[in-house]
Design a protein around this ligand. Structure first.
Ligand SMILES: [Zn+2]
Length: 195
């Protein structure tokens, strides 16, 4: 089932999300629905707050990025990287910050360069509640960092300079009101009620 994606301006996107337990109700169905929702919108990641749930859960599938102009080795890695992250914690970020042009399913049509460190160590549980501690780099780390920010209540637009923020303010306002063309299902916090 395709779920509506919550748009910029909804308070759930600003909330620090909570850990879940193994017994979280209907987790399997939730994961299936979230993957379907993400693929439908051609996303490479989706976090639970983006479908209105303030829980520490996000998905990543970097296959669409494997078309980018990258080494064959990196392309192969991206093609098969599909993962569920539950109760994730970034333990370490290292290396020289690099810029990448990010977008977000909750903020359609806005893309900006964001600086992040290239190598991260993440502790998380997978969909079977098996615990992992893993090091990621490159675009995979980038997507994880973006999704991780969602469960911390942070959006990539929060990381922009004051000037950039002022420049996109009008656009963000429009998005929150639903005054935007988007070809996937969304829920807008400030949409005028239809009669
Ligand atoms: Zn996002």
């Amino acid at each position: 089932m395709i779920l509506p994606i919550v748009a910029y301006g909804d308070p759930v996107l600003k909330k620090k999300a909570e850990d879940i337990s193994k017994d979280y109700p209907n987790l399997d169905a939730l994961l299936i629905n979230m993957f379907e929702t993400m693929y439908n919108a051609f996303g490479v990641g989706l976090a639970a707050p983006q479908i209105g749930l303030p829980i520490r859960l996000f998905l990543v599938d970097t296959a669409p990025f494997s078309d980018e102009d990258l080494s064959e080795e990196e392309q192969m890695k991206l093609k098969v990287f599909k993962r569920v992250f539950i109760n994730a914690k970034i333990l370490n970020e290292e290396g020289q910050e690099w810029a990448f042009n990010e977008g977000c399913l909750s903020i359609p049509d806005v893309r900006e360069d964001v600086l992040r460190k290239p190598i991260i160590t993440v502790e998380y549980f997978d969909e079977n509640f098996k615990k992992h501690t893993e090091v990621f780099d490159g675009l995979i780390a980038r997507v994880i960092q973006h999704e991780y920010d969602h469960i911390e209540g942070v959006l990539f637009t929060d990381k922009l300079s004051g000037l950039k923020k002022r420049l996109i303010k009008g656009k963000l306002n429009k998005i929150s009101k639903g005054e935007i063309d988007v070809d996937y299902r969304m829920r807008f916090p400030n949409a005028k009620k239809k009669r």
